[in-house]
Design a binder for this molecule. Sequence first.
Ligand code: SF4
Length: 226
Amino acid sequence: MGELDTGELAVWAAAIYERLRAAYGRPDWRPYYSPMDELILTFLSQNTSDLNSGRAFAALKARYPEWQEALDAPVEELAETIRSGGLAYQKAPRIQKALRRIKEERGEFNLDFLGEMPVEDAMRWLTSFDGIGHKTASIVMLFCFNKAAFPVDTHVGRVTRRLGLAGPKETEEKIKGLWERLAPPEWYYPLHLNLIRHGREVCHAGRPECGKCALIDLCRYPDKTV
Ligand code: SF4
């Protein structure tokens, strides 16, 4: 949005935050998975639904209660175990490579040290893994440690572009930077979840339901469905 300065964009972003909070509430941060579990789940969740990655993760944990067992397993066996998550023959070696590196670097399968690092350093460490991008690294940092990293997935990206805060071709990585500039860190968790919910329930990828949208007067999408 070339015509608005950062201050004006921040006012707009704050109105969006408040409106979503009024519509959906303010989800409180609570860690759900351990950082190790979250990291492995992020590998499994690539290019598949939450349902499928959840099934693959449950199968992996059932077969290999210890990470060392998943690391030592024949890669074909691991791939077979996580088959329900899709792309199993790509994901299995990546998971083993990550487990191997964590064990070598840290001496144990524990990522709690990331919570003690500056968030930029932790993001750099996470994204240096094959198959971990800004979105999944941000999820680990925000969901496990409540650190200031704003994950932008397909829903957050689409809603932000349609609102007009970002241009129609803006990358998800740029949109991550945009929200990190415009929103204070204490908003990241509820805002991320509420934008996803809004994208799933109202601002669908196909045809947005603008008639029931709480953001309609804040939105600059030229093809609103009303
Ligand atoms: S008005 Fe329509 S396009 Fe804009 S955010 Fe709402 S549902 Fe999406």
